[in-house]
Design a binder for this molecule. Structure first.
Ligand SMILES: [Zn+2]
Ligand SMILES: [Zn+2]
Length: 563
C-alpha cells in the first residue's frame, strides 16, 4: 500500500514507463534520476547505529548513514536530494542530499551480491530513511516481538519471524501494550553532537591513565565507588546527557581522581584511604561527574582555536583541502596538528587536571550537589583540605604558580577559599529561554541551572620584576582575592542557527535593570550543538531575578522565557 503511494507520487515516471514493456535496468536508472531534486524529511535517529537493516521483498538489505552533521538527529529536517548513483561493481546506490544550513549528508543503499536492485526495494529502503512530510507518515519505526514482549527498532537486524511481529509508530503505543524496550536497540549511547570527538579525547586520556596505573585488586573498595557513583547519577539535579559511566579504583597512594571525557571515572586507592565518610567520596565523585556532564574536555579543545579553525577542519574532514589567505596552509597538516594537540590535552587532564575555570565550575557543581541532595556543606571542603595536606606532604606548598609541573593538585588554597565562600542558588529544573528567528523558528535554547557568588583568586601584574621560571626574569604577579558571580547553564542550538558563531556576553533583565555578564570562553556554537556554558561578573551580589535575557546569536530576533 505505502509503496504504491510512493510510486503514485512519482507520477511522471509511472506514466512514462508502463510496467509491462520496460527494460528493468533502464527503469531503475530512470527512477534514480527522478529522485534528484526531491525534498524529503530525514527521519530522526532511533539510536546511534549508522547501519540500518531493511526488509524489502523478502530480502535483507541495508543502508549506511555516512558521517555528517545530518546524522544522529533528534528531530526531522528537510533535505534536498542532489546526487544519486548506482555502483554496479559493489551493488549499491549512493545518495547525496543537502540541508539548507547544515550542509551535505549521504546514504549508501546496499543489496546482497546476488540480488538485482529493484525500484520497489529501493523505495522501501528510502522509507526507512526519510518521510515525505514534517509530521511524518504511517511508517512504523518500531517492531514488537509478541512472544518475548520486547520492542525493537524496525531497522535492527534481530527482528522476530513475521508471524510474531507487531508494528508501532511510537514507543508509547507499544508501552501501553506492555512491551519493554530492547536493551540493544535502545542502548543509551548519547545522541549529542561531537560525541565522537569527545570519545576520542576520552580514549586518549584513558590510555594515559592505564599506561601509568593498575586497577586495585580490592573488590570492596571498587564496589563502594561504583555504588556511590551510580547513586549520584540517579540524584543528579540536571538532565543527564546520556554518557555511559564507569567507576574504577586504581592501585596508587596518590590522593587523586580523574574523569575521562565521555564518562570513565577513576579514583586512586590513596584517596579512599584518607576519606572518613561516604559523603567525602560523594563530593569527589560529584566533582568528576560535573567534568563529564559539563563537557569540560571538549570545551577545552574548542577554546584553543576560534571558529575559523573548526570550519576549516570540518571542510577538511569532508575531503577538501584548505588553503588560507596567504596560501600557506594545507589541510592534512592541520589535522595532524589537531590530533597531536588532543594527545597533549589528554596528558594534561591526567597530570594537572582540567583548566582552572573548569575545575572551579566542577567544584561549584559538586558543592551545589552536596548541599541540595545531602544537605551537607562540610564534606567537600574537608576533602579539599585533605588534598591540600597531601600536596604539602609531597613537599609542595601553595606558591607554585611559576612551576606548573609541580602542581599535582593545583590551587588548593584557591579551591578551599572558593568552597568556603560559595553562595549558590539552584534553579531547580532550570530557567529556560528560547531564541526565535524572524519566522518564529527556534534557533537556540539556553537553560540556566544555577548561580553562585564566591571569592576567587586572580593573578594581577605588579611592577616589581620577578623570577618567572628557573631561567628568566619578567613581570611579577601577585594574587588578589575578588568576589565573583557565576551563572551556569546549557546552550543548545537547532538546525536554524544560520552559521557557526561565538557566544559572547549576556545581559540579564531584572525589572528595569540590565546586568551584563561575560562569557570568558566565547563558546563556539554550531547548528545542532549542545554544551555547558558559564557567564561571570565581578560582584558580591547574586542576581535578584532573571526576567529575560539579551544574547546575540546569528538569526535570533527575540528571546522568550518559557514556563
Ligand atoms: Zn532490539
Ligand atoms: Zn577536577
Amino acid at each position: 500500500m505505502r509503496l504504491f503511494l510512493l510510486v503514485l507520487l512519482s507520477a511522471t515516471l509511472a506514466a512514462a514507463w508502463p510496467a509491462a514493456a520496460v527494460d528493468p535496468q533502464k527503469y531503475f536508472k530512470e527512477y534514480l534520476d527522478s529522485l534528484i531534486g526531491k525534498k524529503y524529511w530525514l527521519r530522526e535517529a532511533v539510536n546511534s547505529s549508522p547501519k540500518v537493516y531493511c526488509y524489502t521483498e523478502e530480502v535483507e538489505t541495508y543502508f549506511v548513514r555516512e558521517f555528517s552533521a545530518l546524522y544522529r538527529l533528534s528531530r526531522k529536517v528537510e533535505v534536498t536530494i542532489e546526487k544519486v548513483e548506482y555502483d554496479e561493481a559493489y551493488n549499491f546506490v549512493s545518495m547525496t542530499f543537502k540541508h539548507r544550513k547544515m550542509g551535505y549528508g549521504a546514504i549508501t543503499f546496499h543489496w546482497p551480491e546476488d540480488v538485482t536492485p529493484s525500484v520497489l526495494s529501493l523505495e522501501s529502503m528510502i522509507r526507512y530513511a526519510f518521510s515525505e512530510t514534517e509530521d511524518g507518515d504511517d511508517f512504523k519505526s518500531y517492531v514488537g516481538n509478541n512472544l518475548s514482549r520486547v520492542l525493537h527498532y524496525a531497522g535492527c537486524n534481530h527482528l522476530p519471524p513475521g508471524q510474531y511481529r507487531e508494528e508501532f509508530k511510537t514507543v508509547e503505543e507499544a508501552e501501553e501494550k506492555e512491551y519493554k524496550q530492547c536493551n540493544l536497540c535502545f542502548a543509551n549511547y548519547p545522541r549529542i553532537p561531537e560525541y565522537e570527538l569527545e570519545m576520542y579525547l576520552g580514549r586518549k586520556t584513558l590510555g594515559n591513565v592505564l599506561g601509568q596505573y593498575k586497577f586495585s585488586p580490592n573488590q570492596s573498595l571498587s564496589k563502594l565507588v561504583k555504588e556511590v557513583g551510580y547513586g549520584i547519577l540517579e540524584n543528579w539535579p540536571y538532565t543527564l546527557r546520556g554518557y555511559n559511566y564507569s567507576f574504577d579504583v586504581l592501585a596508587s597512594r596518590e590522593v587523586n581522581a580523574y574523569a575521562c571525557p565521555g564518562g570513565r571515572i577513576f579514583v586512586h586507592s590513596g584517596l579512599l584511604n584518607v576519606i572518613e565518610s561516604v559523603n567525602e567520596l560523594e563530593a569527589v565523585l560529584a566533582h568528576e561527574i560535573a567534568h563529564v556532564e559539563r563537557r569540560h574536555g571538549l570545551r577545552q579543545v574548542k577554546r584553543r582555536e576560534k571558529v575559523a579553525f573548526w570550519s576549516s577542519l570540518a571542510a577538511e574532514l569532508a575531503g577538501k583541502i584548505v588553503v588560507d589567505k596567504t596560501g600557506g596552509f594545507e589541510g592534512k597538516n592541520m589535522f595532524l596538528w589537531f590530533i597531536n594537540d588532543l594527545s597533549a590535552l589528554a596528558n594534561q587532564i591526567v597530570m594537572q587536571g582540567y583548566s582552572r575555570e573548569n575545575e572551579q565550575e566542577a567544584d561549584i557543581y559538586a558543592i551545589n550537589y552536596m548541599k541540595k541532595v545531602r544537605n551537607d556543606d562540610i564534606s567537600h571542603i574537608l576533602f579539599e583540605k585533605k588534598a591540600q595536606y597531601h600536596a604539602n606532604l609531597m613537599g609542595h606548598i601553595e606558591d607554585e604558580t611559576d612551576k606548573p609541573l609541580l602542581r599535582s593538585h593545583p590551587y588548593a588554597d584557591y579551591r578551599i577559599q572558593l568552597a568556603e565562600n560559595a553562595r549558590i542558588e539552584d534553579f531547580g529544573a532550570g530557567l529556560t529561554f528560547r531564541g526565535y528567528d524572524k519566522d518564529g523558528e527556534m534557533v537556540a535554547e539556553l537553560v540556566l541551572e544555577s548561580q553562585c557568588v564566591t571569592k576567587v583568586i586572580t593573578r594581577v601584574e605588579t611592577s616589581r620584576p620577578a623570577l618567572t621560571s628557573y631561567y628568566a626574569v619578567g613581570k611579577g604577579y601577585r594574587e588578589k582575592t575578588m568576589d565573583r558571580l557565576y551563572l551556569f547553564g546549557t546552550i543548545r542550538t537547532t538546525a536554524a542557527l544560520s552559521d557557526s558563531c561565538e557566544m559572547k556576553d549576556i545581559k540579564i533583565k531584572c525589572g528595569d535593570s540590565k546586568i551584563k555578564l561575560d562569557n570568558k570562553e566565547d563558546t563556539i556554537l554550531f547548528p545542532l550543538y549542545e554544551t555547558g556554558c558559564a557567564f561571570e561578573r565581578n560582584t558580591d551580589k547574586l542576581l535578584e531575578c532573571i526576567d529575560g535575557i539579551e544574547l546575540k546569536l546569528p538569526g535570533v530576533k527575540q528571546w522568550r522565557k518559557e514556563d
